[in-house]
Design a binder for this molecule. Structure first.
Ligand SMILES: CCCCCCCCCCCCCC(=O)SCCNC(=O)CCNC(=O)[C@H](O)C(C)(C)COP(=O)(O)OP(=O)(O)OC[C@H]1O[C@@H](n2cnc3c(N)ncnc32)[C@H](O)[C@@H]1OP(=O)(O)O
Length: 184
């Protein structure tokens, strides 16, 4: 991964210990919003990611590239693949049990991804430094140990719920996500 200094944890930054209220090993992670392009079941052409955590520290999901996700004929659009990485990383911050948003997302494309391919996605945290969470993800073709097609490194920034209330529609999130800790 050609990671920039902006997505590399500073010396001493460590992944956090498991939050006591975060999803435990073996849990599935629900969609945070039904209309989310990444995980919403109600989105007509979205990615429909359904994530789980096998171990309480990493998150896994599968994304099957469809007709609606093409760039070049029969090949996935790079922006769609970046979205998949953003989303699986976004789901992995559930494990931190605080609201975060993407500040920076870096993506390496290693292989073309044809329509019909299932990408096996995995994301994990590499360190926390104050409000900054450093995260990485990969997408492998066809199987969890298949060839790596996409890699990503990201900097997510912790926000409070006012961020969603001020700039978006907090009520819409809260109505669908009753069990989320809204005052972390
Ligand atoms: C009910 C449940 C709800 C849950 C909802 C879950 C949704 C999940 C969605 C999942 C979907 C997938 C996810 C999505 O799609 S999230 C949607 C896409 N992302 C956004 O819309 C974020 C837009 N940006 C902002 O709102 C602000 O810029 C934020 C909040 C990020 C920071 O503005 P704020 O005024 O608060 O803080 P600050 O500016 O003092 O910065 C703080 C520190 O961070 C550093 N920094 C900042 N940016 C960058 C950068 N680009 N590169 C490097 N560094 C950066 C900055 O230098 C500073 O460092 P330092 O000086 O302290 O060292």
């Amino acid at each position: 991964m050609t990671r920039s200094s902006l997505t590399t944890p500073p010396p001493g930054a460590q992944p956090p210990p498991a939050h006591p209220d975060a999803p435990s090993a073996g849990s599935t992670l629900g969609s945070h919003y039904s209309k989310c392009f990444g995980c919403g079941a109600g989105h007509p052409t979205g990615l429909h990611l359904k994530a789980r955590t096998p171990d309480g520290a990493t998150v896994e999901a599968e994304f099957t590239v469809g007709e609606a996700h093409q760039g070049a004929p029969r090949l996935a659009h790079g922006g769609v693949l970046a979205t998949a990485m953003d989303e699986v990383i976004g789901m992995s911050v559930y494990l931190l049990h605080k609201p975060y948003v993407t500040g920076r997302l870096e993506t390496d494309y290693l292989l073309p991804v044809p329509v019909g391919t299932t990408l096996h996605l995995r994301a994990w945290c590499t360190g926390i430094d104050g409000r900054k969470a450093y995260l990485e993800a990969e997408g492998r073709i066809g199987a969890p140990d298949g060839p790596v097609a996409v890699r990503a490194a990201a900097l997510f920034i912790e926000v409070n719920m006012e961020h969603f209330a001020k700039h978006g529609d907090l009520a819409a999130i809260a109505a669908e996500h009753q069990d989320y800790e809204v005052n972390p």
